[in-house]
Design a protein around this ligand. Structure first.
Ligand code: ATP
Ligand code: MG
Length: 588
């Protein structure tokens, strides 16, 4: 049965919601698809639920097509399996933990590796049972630090998660490829532009990992891409090529200099060029070594200072740093932390106070560009002093390297001689090879052909189903509203009865009946006392791909068919309206 606007549980809004910044959030709320219940927690109203179900259908079809089997686990889970993999702790504040009446610990599942692993362990025991891929489309809970942009980053959200189980690495590679191919088909059907990029495997552990990012300015992920070799990676996963070591036999000795009032890189570079001019060229920020101290907060609550040395022309990228130190979280190093570490002279911190040999014994990690033999201007650990010609490997060492410096457009491509371009995206899907991490932690082994027990190797694959609804809108809207791709639209046709006459309403109803009879779903705007102008606006806001206007033309025996996206319109005889729409929709 067609949906009738006169009775539909829907109120469109003229104004953008106050808390909305990104287009999809504004439009999904204004057009009555979702409604906020609490920060990061949304209700799906009738039209929204239809779209959500459409996304689910696409995902389900493509998962079924690769032979994955659907099941569903509870969202309310006991602590023990997550304790066994350490994630009860490692998930930190992102995990919703709760207690039952007996004081037992429970959690709301943020992702389900543990449950799938344990259930396969329960039921399967032989290599003959493998491979198997299992999936669910299910509600997940994460107490996100920054819920944002409506359903784009919720604290409750719908995810499709699947897990593959194989006897060996070759099998895993096959299962991974099958999932990756299915994801290509899913995201092609969802109808937004996306890129596949190398990714970090993060809290999940494991090795090979790729993300599907919807390209969008409002995205929280930054990725880089090389136009000439096809390399593409989330900046979190970029590995900076380390320069070759430089011999330092002939390098001048390091010398401490008076550099009053130079607590920033800019003031330092000006001072160097004025007081210590170079013969070959001017000093630049890239000649300086900036040492940034942060506070790591480990999942068990312990706090650990960490110093990071990066070339002074680059900032430390918060997301890259977080990806590297996960599951620890990063907090700023506060004034009280400086008080507790008197060897650190704020604005003049140098390697001498850091690392294993340093006076403050703060773990010290260097950007890969700070290669052996490179010489730097850096803090001398006393206010108003810097040291010049401090050579890495000769005058200082560190506890290791870290990929935390920002990656910029124009940086060299790690894979070829070309340079990188940079853009933003929304993480829509993630495929990764977990390997044996969970199987080992939970004891998932099967007998191989020779009767020997071997640990099963796993893959884990996620799609943001509710997030996809927002991503589709990001990629498919204009000034007036949403332009749904046909497969996702809450209905095939939006019929506007533009007029008060009973005749108009009756004709609109008849078009709807004809279309529904032929398998298309319709919304009929049959509201009395609502002006045609308001109805047109609502039809554009709601965004059903085909709009039929039954109005003034009726006296001439015609109705109008309008394409929502292109705005193209044409008149057709009212009697053949259904046939014309069917032809347009491609179902004639
Ligand atoms: P993000 O980096 O955006 O926080 P994630 O890497 O933590 O995501 P995964 O654990 O890989 O996410 O989850 C699989 C998919 O679930 C993601 O690719 C994303 O599409 C979706 N997803 C993750 N977190 C959320 C959320 N808070 N709200 C909506 N969808 C989400
Ligand atoms: Mg991810």
């Amino acid at each position: 049965m067609a949906l009738h606007m006169s009775s539909l549980f829907l109120r469109t809004l003229r104004e953008d919601p106050a808390d909305a910044e990104v287009p999809s959030h504004k439009l999904l709320v204004r057009a009555g698809y979702v409604r906020r219940v609490s920060p990061g927690i949304y209700a799906w109203l009738p039209l929204g639920l239809r779209v959500l179900r459409n996304v689910e259908r696409i995902v389900r079809q493509e998962m079924d097509a690769i032979g994955a089997q659907e099941l569903v686990f509870p969202a309310l889970l006991p602590r023990e399996p997550y304790e066994a993999t350490n994630r009860w702790t490692d998930y930190g504040d992102n995990l919703f933990r709760l207690k039952d009446r007996k004081g037992g610990d429970y959690l709301l599942g943020p992702t389900h590796e543990e449950l799938f692993t344990l259930t396969v362990k329960d039921l399967f025991s032989s290599y003959k049972d493998l491979p198997v891929s299992l999936y669910q489309i299910q509600t997940k809970y994460r107490d996100e630090a920054r819920p944002r942009a409506g359903v784009l980053r919720g604290r409750e959200f719908v995810m499709k998660d699947s897990y593959s189980f194989d006897i060996d690495a070759a099998g895993l590679e096959k299962s991974y490829q099958a999932h990756r191919d299915a994801y290509v088909r899913i995201f092609d059907r969802l109808g937004f532009d996306y890129v596949i990029v190398q990714a970090m495997s993060g809290a999940m552990g494991g090795s090979k990992s790729e993300e599907f990012l919807a390209t969008a300015e409002v995205g929280e992920d930054t990725y880089v891409r090389c136009a000439s070799c096809g390399y593409a990676a989330n900046v979190e996963a970029v590995r900076v090529p380390a320069p070759d070591p430089v011999p330092f036999a002939d390098a001048p000795a390091a010398h401490v200099e008076d550099t009053p009032d130079t607590p920033t890189i800019e003031t330092l570079v000006d001072h160097l060029n004025e007081r210590f001019p170079r013969e070959d060229r001017a000093w630049t920020a890239a000649d300086t070594l900036k040492n940034v101290v942060v506070m790591l907060v480990h999942p068990d609550g312990t706090r650990e200072p960490l110093a990071i040395g990066v070339p002074g022309d680059r900032e430390v990228d918060e997301k890259r740093l977080e990806a590297q130190v996960s599951p620890a979280e990063v907090e700023p190093f506060e004034a009280t932390d400086f008080d507790a570490n008197p060897a650190l002279a704020k604005g003049y911190i140098g390697p001498g106070a850091l690392g294993l040999d340093g006076t403050a014994h703060i773990r010290y990690l260097l950007d890969p560009r700070v290669a052996e033999g490179t010489r730097w201007v850096t803090g001398a650990n006393q206010p108003g002093h810097h040291v010049i010609d401090l050579a890495a490997g000769r005058d200082f060492t560190a506890d290791g390297t870290i990929e935390a410096a920002e990656v910029r457009a124009g940086d060299p491509c790690p894979a070829c001689d070309s340079v990188l371009q940079s853009a933003r995206g929304i993480e829509m899907g993630h495929v990764f090879q977990l390997g044996t991490k969970y199987a080992e932690a939970l004891g998932l082994k099967v007998l191989d052909e020779k009767g020997k027990l071997v640990t099963v190797t796993m893959g884990s694959y996620g799609v943001g189903v509710s997030r996809a609804v927002a991503a589709v809108v990001e990629g498919n809207h204009d000034e007036a509203g949403i332009c749904w791709p046909r497969e996702l639209a809450p209905a095939d046709v939006h019929i506007v009865a533009a007029g008060k006459d009973e005749q108009v309403l009756a004709a609109a109803e008849q078009v709807a009946v004809d279309l529904e009879d032929r398998g298309l779903s319709c919304i009929v705007d049959d509201r009395r006392g609502v002006s045609p102008g308001v109805k047109f606006k609502d039809s554009e806001l709601i965004g059903v791909p085909t709009i039929v206007v039954v109005g003034k033309g009726l006296t001439r025996g015609v109705v109008e068919i309008k394409d929502r996206r292109s705005g193209l319109r044409r008149e057709v005889p009212v009697g053949s309206a259904a046939a014309e729409v069917l032809a347009e929709v491609g179902r004639a």
